[in-house]
Design a protein around this ligand. Sequence first.
Ligand code: NAD
Ligand code: UDP
Length: 319
Amino acid sequence: MKRVLITGAAGFLGSHLCDKFISEGFQVIGMDNLITGDIKNIEHLFKLEAFEFYHHDVTKFVFVPGKLDYILHFASPASPIDYLKIPIQTLKVGSLGTHNLLGLAKEKNARILIASTSEVYGDPLVHPQTEEYFGNVNTIGPRGVYDEAKRFQESITMAYHRTHGLDTRIARIFNTYGPRMRLNDGRVIPAFIGQALRGEDLTVFGDGLQTRSFCYVDDQIEGLYHLLLSDYHLPVNIGNPGEITILDFAKEIVKLTGTNQKIIFKPLPEDDPLQREPDISKAKKILGWEPKVSREEGMKKTYEYFKSLTKEELFKSEH
Ligand code: NAD
Ligand code: UDP
């Protein structure tokens, strides 16, 4: 049985990865310190022999007994309000945490895939973004802690590949959504759906003309799985190219939820990228993968998930 370590296992993407690898017949070790994740996301796996959980902060030395075939490093705060609240932990998990996991991969002779992000492109001057674009990041801005941690993560991963011949993969993940996103994590989809369900106005930041391209989680997980099993070690964009302005997206949510919420405007956060759309030609060619789930279908499933939360969860405020 192949053994895989997934860091950030209790988070949104990490928990879906655990499900995927278990369903593919792997032995899965989940690791998380629960700083932004929720144990509820993986509780259903605890009864399985194929699953183990380590409550551990990956910025501290990481020890896993026995063999490891694969490591997926997904531990990191991922939503802007999270990484603005815990900037130093964000820098540490991308740098020290990644260093620890690369060391572990070298020790175990395991293949490692790291979760990078479209944020390495910053506020992009090239559109749509191809992997060849070097990016436009404000190193000292508030978002810099996340963007630079991820850029460092890519650099050290390539250094381990070149210096030690480590078998590495780099996924540049674009905005992904679906069940198990945290309702209060501040990202636009839980924010808008939560507001609609609570009967609040939808808060569009800036003039709402900034764009994003949203990928449904099942497509994202499939893309990541294909990348891990490919033999390609340079970065690959994984996302859905369907670009939309945030204002139009807010209107779609009003329609989807059948609520009659007003859309109000709030200031645009500093360094908020004005446009974002992945060029996924490389993923299509190298991985033979492309997203299949339309925004309409994915958003319906996501809305069903948020509707199933209790009133208490819906009105609980973390911030
Ligand atoms: P998430 O916050 O739901 O999950 C991250 C998990 O990492 C959480 O469970 C958290 O507790 C854990 N974690 C954080 N620091 C840790 C540490 N030091 N030690 C152990 N565990 C730690 O976020 P997500 O959306 O699932 O994102 C997962 C990964 O994917 C992140 O690396 C993120 O940068 C990347 N990513 C996500 C998206 C997206 O749209 N969701 C886009 C680009 C990149
Ligand atoms: N946004 C918004 N209202 C909200 C939350 C977010 O208009 O209540 C905007 C945000 O300014 C950004 C976009 O939605 O332009 C996507 O934000 P998110 O935090 O989901 O992800 P990002 O792509 O910025 O990391």
